[in-house]
Design a protein. Sequence first.
Length: 262
Amino acid sequence: MPRYALITGASSGIGLALAEALARNGQALILVARQRDALESIACELSQRFGVDVLFRICDLAEPLQLSGLLHELEQSGRQIELLVNNAGFGSSGAFIDQPWTQEQEMIELNVLALARLCHAIGGQMARNGGGQILNVASVVGFMPGPWMSNYYATKAYVLHFSEALRNELKPRGVKVSVLCPGPTRTAFFRTANVRLGRLEGSKLMMSPEELAQLAVRALRKNKAIIVPGWRNRLMTLSPRLAPRWLVRLIAGRLNRSVLPG
């Protein structure tokens, strides 16, 4: 039986690009997302193109019962997961208290709690098996506070710091942990978060998911702790360390407010 990479949020964007990059390298896959039609088509295409075993599972990871069901099925199947890619997540924009609480709670459930639970369950299995690798997808915004996208920035800060700490905890047990911190990427994220791209659309800051995935997989092979693709994005992560916190908050808030609709 092959050993698998499990990728969440695999039906589009960064998750799909990572699935393709890994399949190209001969990696068997388990793709997880909510969209059955999209996943079925992607699984069939990747399997035919690259000759690898590609399975898919429909799951809303923000629903604890569905996540429990997925983990139970994985445990019962006996399939060994050698790479866990926690990519699923979404953002919102606007003043926090003006957003529907159900939306903000779902963001925390998906971006934070589902990721932590998958790391606990699958990371634990990896440790018992003596090895494996975890890639959690955060963002460059995880390095700073972000008024008018406050909850989203905070969830990505959690992913960044949690991943760094987990790396040290799991290293003696043979499990590698990396965190991917992309900058602006051409995905449906901006539409979902209700953010106007404006001048960012044609900016050199904007990276394609395919380019991002290639850089991420390359860095993953080198077991990099924090993967920030692109020198412009790496420069962006330095500003919170070099500038006063009040200035970082002010600049991030102004930028976020400028891309709000209306």
